[in-house]
Design a protein around this ligand. Structure first.
Ligand code: NAP
Length: 251
């Protein structure tokens, strides 16, 4: 088992999906975990199920992030693990992307991620680990994902620069690029049931391992990157996608 004993971890978007599974696994491995989400009800429910601390903050608001950092600092002092995971997926074809759709995805997936890191930076311990949850969409031209993909590509670029700048403090920064993972994110897109089914079938057809991933499988990678087992890894990206990135063309 990976040892996270004594480490303080903050997981944004920790009330659902990959964040929830990662918070659970971090706690099982000994970390003291804080989950962050934007809904008081959902955060409180998840925090009580997991037996961890829950703090409500909308990461698209710098005021909220300031309050979050202050609360974490007052309770824990400094942190060792920052899992920057909160994100939204709002698919639309080019020509139908509204300003609101742009601002939401960029404001949460990129600006929210950047300012979570910027503002937690002063209270990160030497040797800490930052893990950014990106997507394989950062490298694909998948239809209907132009803004989402750009938000994740921007995040991966930030990861590289951040890993250089944080190295002097022995803080590591890495990105995870999942393929399709079974989480509630798809039900939040407003797509109809039959559209979602068609999307899933088409996707599974293209994935060499012929299935969606599970949040727990991503959580295992998160916990590894959060731990001292990955102490020489920084500025890297990990695909976790059942082989989708192979792009085998024929199989
Ligand atoms: N599932 C996939 O196939 C997949 C693939 C590649 C990348 N990802 C990325 O993985 C990350 C986690 O997504 P998921 O699949 O686990 O989806 P999810 O179950 O919908 O979880 C997303 C989490 O982020 C939270 N969140 C969204 N906007 C927020 C905001 N402004 N402030 C604070 N929290 C916010 C959500 O809160 P609410 O409960 O309030 O919505 C939820 O807790 C995202 O960054 C997503 O882009 C997912």
């Amino acid at each position: 088992m990976i040892d996270l004993k004594g480490k303080i971890a903050v997981v944004t978007g920790g009330n659902s999906g990959i964040g929830y599974a990662s918070a659970k696994k971090m706690k099982e491995n000994g970390a003291n975990v804080v989950i962050v989400g934007r809904s008081t009800e959902r955060v409180n429910e998840a925090a009580s199920e997991l037996g961890v601390k829950g703090i409500v903050a909308d990461v698209s608001s710098l005021v909220d992030i300031d309050n979050l950092v202050k609360q974490v600092k007052d309770i824990y002092g400094k942190i060792d693990i920052l899992f920057v995971n909160a994100g939204v997926f709002i698919p639309a074809p080019i020509g139908q992307n509204s300003q609101e759709m742009f601002d939401n995805q960029m404001g949460i997936n990129f600006k929210g991620a950047v300012f979570t890191i910027e503002k937690f930076s002063p209270i990160m311990n030497e040797g800490a680990s930052i893990i950014n949850l990106s997507s394989i969409n950062a490298y694909t031209g998948m239809a209907n994902t132009a803004i989402y993909a750009a938000s994740k590509a921007a995040l991966n670029s930030y990861t590289r620069t951040a890993s250089t700048e944080f190295a002097s403090r022995k803080i590591r920064v890495n990105s995870i690029n999942p393929g399709p993972i079974e989480t509630p994110i798809f039900n939040k897109t407003g797509m109809e049931e039959d559209q979602l089914k068609g999307f899933a079938e088409a996707m599974i057809n293209k994935i060499p391992l012929k299935r969606f991933g599970k949040p727990e499988e991503v959580a295992s990678l998160v916990v590894f990157l959060a731990s001292d087992e990955s102490s020489f890894i920084t500025g890297s990206e990990y695909n976790i996608d059942g082989g989708l990135n192979i792009n085998s063309v024929l199989n």
